[in-house]
Design a protein around this ligand. Structure first.
Ligand code: ADP
Ligand code: MG
Length: 609
């Protein structure tokens, strides 16, 4: 008798499980399945992504429902369309030996009438996203008044996405005496309150993290405003003085641009992308291998051949278009028995993508804060102290020592140390003392980023005239795909390769959630909250690039003119953040070179240990 049989599963399921190649139940399956099969009870299960939750509720639900009836008996709510489809698929696979089993997916962005037809044919199980489900209920296209089992999958995520009200509403249409099974990775207060409100003395199970794949790489993400991406990158580099990294950008153009800016700002950086000649690429790779380049900015395609073992950090400056690519990127670090960190700089509208990646890599990301200026000062100071401590004395300086000693005759050791470090610290402190907090919060920022004083939010979308849209057709497209009312989309402003539009701020979560991983004609349609408040401002000619690229233009000119532009929108000293502590000659140069940059010529190198 195999392990799944011991859990009480019947033949039809066991056969499918064999077909799937599952050999042993995962921990959450082992704990949940017997309970759900044998007891008519509510259940709260805490388990991380990738622990096999779908089967944990899917197997018992399939076994318990009556496939001879056409009544809807099971409802599964999940946060996104993508997950909804995945669960539906999984359930169909698990239930393939049950003749007459109908599982229907209900989610926004597809025809509501088609979905209603499918339900009408007799779906015993409905897998739905809350928004569309609520819609279907209010239009009486589904009947969930007789369901016996309700699953809240990834409950914490659903609540994060603002579905609290929808869930409450949906559950109010279900019978009192059903069983509710709640699955969640974490148990924040909101989840606990949902459990309390809708569940009757639920059983609880908790499952330890199950990390498959390489444990040598840890994954971190940093939530910042799109316009702060580059500053965030610099902070991450400054907070890791011995960084030896590959930085991934999405396009050749961005790759080149980020590398150039890093070089300008005094970092040992280089670009690797397909527009370089083979010879140029070889040279860059050679410098990288020799560690003369600490930060290699690369496209995915160009980085394919990188086989360098001791890369400490992979930085996702932008997330890849295909989430699967993330695995290749992060696999560049943590090799040959070493550990590595894969960092993602992410904007609010991309936050959902982190979840998709977690599902793919079956590991959790840690949300980290971009270090503030003082933390960086401390790190750099200690790094300098350690380097000095470990430095081998060069006896060539002995012959000058008399003069130096004379100068410091009366200084105590303590004084001397303080003065020595102050040389570096003061300069660095001055760079960072006015620096702002780059971290942004997923939740609270809704007001800050919204459409100014009114209650509307302005968005940026990466389709425009080039894609055949004018304001009317774009408005129609948005209204139809998002299933919004006639006047819900307004101030549509179509440019060449991108556009802007507004909705009420209350619709913001819905809009952003919807356009995560949304593809049209094979291309990702990306929507972000825009800082453009609806005033028309010249953003330059669209060249297929992204907004944030254009933002940062003009620096070189500013530099040449001898002073830095203080960008009124960003309005902080951060603009002038420069590469920090370095006691090489370069730093002295960068301190005073604002008028006469020798950018590009032979650059003093950072010493690496
Ligand atoms: P979760 O919902 O907890 O994130 P999933 O249910 O999506 O996890 O399962 C993650 C992956 O693990 C899926 O590819 C699934 O097919 C696989 N899986 C689930 N249970 C088992 C098992 N008992 N043995 C092997 N693979 C499993
Ligand atoms: Mg799941």
């Amino acid at each position: 008798m195999n392990k799944f049989e011991q859990l009480g599963l019947e033949d039809n399921l066991l056969q499918a499980i064999t077909d799937l190649g599952f050999e042993t139940p995962s921990e959450v399956q082992e704990k949940a399945i017997p309970i759900l099969l044998e007891q008519d009870k509510d259940l709260v299960a805490l388990a991380q992504t990738g622990t096999g939750k779908t089967a944990a509720f899917g197997f018992p639900m399939i076994q318990k429902i009556n496939v001879d009836s056409r009544t809807t008996q099971g409802l599964i709510l999940s946060p996104t369309r993508e997950l909804c489809l995945q669960i539906t698929n999984d359930l169909k696979t698990y239930g393939k030996y049950y003749k007459g089993l109908n599982v229907t997916a209900i989610y926004g962005g597809a025809s509501i009438t088609d979905q209603a037809k499918q339900v009408k044919r007799g779906s015993q199980i409905i897998v739905a996203t809350p928004g569309r489900m609520k819609d279907m209920i209010s239009r009486r296209l589904v009947d969930i008044s007789k369901i016996e089992y309700a699953v809240l999958d990834e409950a914490d995520e659903m609540l994060n996405m603002g579905f609290h009200e929808d869930i409450t509403d949906i559950l109010s249409h279900t019978p009192e005496d059903k069983n509710t099974w709640l699955f969640s990775a974490t148990m924040p207060r909101e989840v606990a309150s949902i459990a309390k409100k809708f569940m009757h003395s639920p059983l609880e199970i908790t499952v330890g993290t199950k990390n498959q794949g390489s444990d040598s790489v840890s994954h971190e993400y940093y939530l910042v405003n799109t316009r702060d991406r580059y500053l965030a990158l610099k902070r991450l580099a400054d907070a890791n003085p011995d960084i030896f990294s590959v930085i991934f950008c999405r396009t050749k153009r961005d790759t080149q641009k980020v590398a150039e800016k890093l070089i300008e700002d005094g970092y040992n950086a280089g670009a690797l992308h397909g527009d370089l000649s083979q010879n140029q690429r070889d040279l860059v790779m050679k410098s990288f291998r020799n560690k003369q380049i600490q930060m290699l900015v690369a496209t995915d395609v160009a980085a394919r051949g990188i086989d360098v073992d001791d890369i400490t950090h992979v930085i996702n400056y932008q997330l890849p278009d295909e989430m699967e690519t993330y695995t290749h990127r992060s696999g560049r670090t943590g090799r040959a028995g070493k550990t590595g960190v894969s960092m993602v700089i992410v904007s609010k509208s991309e936050l959902r993508k982190i979840k998709s990646i977690e599902r793919i890599i079956k590991k959790q990301f840690e949300k980290k804060e971009i270090p503030d200026g003082m933390q960086i000062c401390e790190v750099q100071l200690m790094s300098l102290a350690n380097k000095i401590h470990d430095t081998e004395i060069n006896h060539e300086i002995d012959k000058y020592l008399d003069n130096i000693n004379e100068l410091f005759e009366t200084a105590t050791k303590e004084e001397l140390i303080k003065k020595f470090f102050s040389v570096e610290f003061t300069r660095f402190f001055n760079y960072y003392q006015k620096s702002k907090d780059l971290n942004t919060e997923a939740q609270q920022s809704s007001e800050r980023d919204g459409g100014g004083n009114d209650n509307s939010t302005r968005y940026f979308i990466n389709v425009g005239r080039k894609d055949g849209y004018d304001w009317m057709s774009l408005k129609d497209f948005l209204r139809d795909t998002l299933e919004l009312g006639k006047d819900d989309v307004f101030k549509v402003d179509v440019k060449d390769s991108f556009s802007f539009f507004n909705t009420e701020t209350t619709l913001k979560e819905k809009v952003l959630a919807f356009f995560t991983d949304f593809k049209q004609n094979g291309r990702f349609v990306n929507v972000e909250v825009s800082e453009d408040k609806g005033r028309s401002r010249n953003r330059g000619k669209g060249r297929g690039g992204r907004r944030d690229d254009r933002r940062s233009g003009g620096r070189r000119d500013d530099k040449r003119s001898g002073k830095r532009r203080s960008d009124s929108r960003n309005g902080s000293g951060d603009r002038s953040e420069r590469r920090g502590f370095d006691y090489s000659s370069r730093s002295r140069r960068s301190n005073s070179d604002s008028g006469s940059s020798n950018s590009g010529s032979s650059r003093p190198r950072r010493s690496r240990r």
